[in-house]
Design a protein around this ligand. Sequence first.
Ligand SMILES: [Zn+2]
Ligand SMILES: [Zn+2]
Length: 336
Amino acid sequence: MRAIVCENPGRFETTEKPEPTVESGQVLLQIKAIGICGTDLHAFAGNQPYFTYPRILGHELGAEVIGVGEGVHHVFPQDKVVILPYLSCGQCIACRQGKTNCCTQINVLGVHTDGGMQERIVLPANYVRSVQGLDFQELAIIEPLAIGAHAIRRAQIKPGEWVVVVGCGPIGLGIMGQAQHLGCQVIAVDVEEGRLRHAREFMGIQHGVLAEDALEAIQAFTSGDLATAVFDATGHRSALERGIAYMAHGGRYILVGLSKEVLSFSHPVIHAKETSLLCSRNATWDDFEQVIDYLKSGRFPVSGYITNQLPFTEMVDHFADWMDPRAGVIKAMVNL
Ligand SMILES: [Zn+2]
Ligand SMILES: [Zn+2]
């Protein structure tokens, strides 16, 4: 079977691998759709620290079950499935509290261990669930949307709240869609007009403002109150440090995007606001289930979200094109 291996930064190689065999407690899957994420682009570009090569990328996956090992009774051949790509140890302090998303020994498919850019893969059965009523591409976008669902759950947002989401990429758009779905009033912030336009046109976000004008605009929209929940989905240090200014007194600031740097905040400012500072990492099955219901509601504009597509056999030749900002990629999808 074929696998696409990222041999080192900037180079993919299509290789022939032995067919995987399924053992007790495992499932054998045929990969059908692979969503491309910032993580994959960074790994390919070589600016993903702590990343080791060669690696098979891909953690946003839609698949079909083609074999099950002994003792597996919750999925069956021909089931369409979604994959929870965060392999956790089950024993550490985080896992014991059900917070498998921040396991001390976490292994993310396509990052710490080989992922889904291959025709078939064997996984422990408890990382796979059947989903009816969604197609393979929809299955593959559950993971990036679940990152947003987790952040929203961390923030415990309620209908009617003013919510600011900084960053109109795939994670930010997912947060916006779900916050709107919950009845919040959403303000999108980005540094690029094109991305704000996309958020307006395809996501129906009514309030989109450029970062440079954001504070005044948010004050105006909220009658001076500011937003009770602010999500950062950029992972950029300057945005992360600025976002606190958009938050109301008594509000929550939720860090979803990951920066590699040290952040600094003025203590008098965050203290005066009694800031709840929340980081949000990965997601759990509860978040996946939330997203599955959301997608089934038909209220997420899947076709506006998936902006670029290619067949598996053409991915190697065109992957680099997706890194050009002029391509306007939000979510690229590889189909098998
Ligand atoms: Zn991802
Ligand atoms: Zn653990």
